[in-house]
Structure formats: C-alpha cells, structure tokens
Design a protein around this ligand. Structure first.
Ligand SMILES: [Zn+2]
Length: 328
C-alpha cells in the first residue's frame, strides 16, 4: 500500500508530500472521516513513506523498511491497540505511547504512532497523550484517526494538523467497482449511491456474500411496512436477524430508502434515487410522507444504531424501530 494505490483523498496526499519535500513534518496529525473512508490507508502510506530509506515522497517499496511497513512488522511504526471495543484507556496510552516514545527509534528516522478510533480515548487517556503531544521528542510523530472531532479535547486538536477527508468522486468509485471488482454497471451504480463518496463502504456492500439477500430483505421490509401486522413484523425481524453481523449495512440501506423518498420529493427525478427498480413504490410513499415524518424516520434509524452499538438486544431494537417506522 502506498499513495499511488489510494483512490481519492488527493488533498491529503498532496499535503503529506509537500510537507516531506519542505521537510516540515508535524509531530501530530488528526485524520478525520467516517468509517471505512480510507483513513488507515492514508496513515499507513504516510508512515511507510516517512520511514523509507530512500527518503522520497513515495516509498521505494524495495528497502527493508518498506518491507517491514508493508507486512506490519516495522519496529518504529506502532499501531496502538485496545482491549475493550468501546474505549481506549489511560493505561493503554501510557504503556503503548507515553512510556515508549522516550526510547529512541530502533533504526529509522522517526518513531510513528498510529492511534485508530482516537475518539474512543477517554478523558484520562487524552490527558496522558496531551503531555506527549505538547513536548514530543524530535523523532516522534503521532497520527490520530477519528470518525469525529467532538470527542477529542480542544487542547489536543489545537496541537495537531487536522486533515478532513472528502468524498471520493463518483467517477473514481464507479471505475474501481467496475474495473477492479468487475461489478455490473447496475450493481456498481447501486453501491456507489449507497456509499455517498466512501469507497470502503461501497466495497463492503459490493463484496458482501449475501449482497442480493441483504438488499432484497430491506426492500421487502420497506415496501410492506405500512401493511404489516404483528406476525409479519416478527417475520421481518427473523429475516433481518440473518444480517445481525452486517447490521450497520442493513440500517444504512434502510436509511437510503428514506433518502430516496426525500430526493424524489425534492427533485421529482428518478435518476438520483438508489432503489430505481422500486420507483413506483417510492413515489407512492413520497406522496403520503411529509418532510417532518421522513426526518422522524431517519432519527428512529439513527437511534436504533446507537442502541445496537450499546449492545441492546437485536430483536428489541428492531421491533421498536419497525413500530416507529410504521407510524404515519
Ligand atoms: Zn523504501
């Protein structure tokens, strides 16, 4: 993996390359963007380039450092790990960053720390990290990857160079899906619309083993939702349970259904909707759902996501969600 293989994110790559050229590397970076959008690829490519023995603006992919970076075995590129899914603790930051950064790099110019999901650091963890970011050793570089800035302390943010990812161009996503993944035009358009500029998200849906089943399950639920009785709601939940491990995709697809209705209400055009083959049903639902109701339905899906992330029982969350989506 290097910059040449990254699709989109031209601005961030340009920033990294010019900072290498001008020898003005910062000690702390934040790369911010939604899940799967390419933050990790950017950080890994930057780290690999910085450590490359040839010291260019692209890694040479031949030296020992490049090989070690590629296989994830570079002694001076440290990926901070955390034990619990929902939090990065102060002990983890102390052990893996604060205490180890004072030890000089093993063999490279820099010692680079990549902290994924930095938004999961609790207050104490961030305070511990702050001291290091305030007074880093000459060779120390910390790269924070985050899905949102609101959970990070302003004192941390103000000491970092903040790089916000932008959506990847539709054309580039289509190119990748049709050429690299060999998708049909129709499937590629669907996945591209779904991903809204996030290539990783498009790839995840496109390469899902149960792609057709997943999409059909959401369509079945959304097209029948206003005629469902308790029995068919139970059936729909059982059906959705099959995608328990792809539940964010399931809910995102549901979200796109309401986005389609909104798009159709606003523009009146079929070309911007994702579920094109469900046009007549979407049009019908658009005629009786108000903007206010559409907003409420999106909120209900967001709420379900939050509850599932907090480990609420799948069946309960889905039941409540379907019940509130049914309401008009
Ligand atoms: Zn190299």
């Amino acid at each position: 993996m290097d910059f040449t293989q990254i699709i989109g994110h031209e601005d961030i790559i340009k920033h990294f390359k010019s900072s290498i050229e001008m020898d003005r590397i910062s000690h702390a970076y934040i790369i911010c963007g939604e899940e799967d959008c390419g933050k990790k690829s950017l950080a890994k490519s930057f780290a690999k380039t910085l450590q490359c023995e040839k010291e260019g603006t692209e890694p040479c992919n031949e030296c020992q450092s490049c090989h070690q970076a590629e296989t994830g075995n570079h002694p001076d590129i440290i990926r901070v790990s955390h034990e619990k899914a929902a939090v990065i603790t102060v002990d983890e930051i102390r052990e893996q960053v604060v205490n180890s950064i004072s030890v000089k790099p093993y063999k490279s110019k820099y010692k680079i720390y990549i902290i994924e999901d930095a938004q999961l650091m609790n207050q104490q963890a961030q305070n511990a990290l702050l001291k290091t970011i305030e007074e880093p050793p000459e060779y120390g570089i910390i790269i924070l990857l985050t899905t949102g800035m609101d959970k990070l302390l302003p004192t941390i943010v103000s000491r970092c160079i903040v790089l916000n990812t932008k959506p990847v161009k539709e054309r580039d996503i289509m190119d990748y899906l049709t050429h690299n993944l060999g998708l049909s035009e129709e499937k590629a358009v669907f996945c591209m619309e779904y991903a809204q500029g996030n290539l990783g998200k498009a790839i995840k849906l496109a390469t899902n083993d149960d792609y057709a089943m997943l999409v059909n399950s959401v369509i079945k639920l959304e097209t029948n939702i206003y005629d469902m009785d308790m029995e068919s709601i139970q059936e729909a939940i059982t059906d959705a349970e099959h995608f328990k491990f792809n539940v964010s995709e399931y809910l995102d697809l549901m979200m796109m259904w309401y986005r389609d209705i909104l798009m159709l209400k606003v523009t009146g055009k079929i070309d911007k909707i994702m579920f094109k083959d469900q046009y007549s049903i979407i049009k019908k639902q658009a005629s009786y759902l108000s903007y206010n109701e559409l907003e409420k339905k999106s909120q209900a899906i967001e709420k379900a996501k939050t509850r599932l992330n907090a480990n609420a029982k799948f069946e309960d969350v889905m039941k409540l969600l379907i019940m509130s989506l049914k309401e008009i």
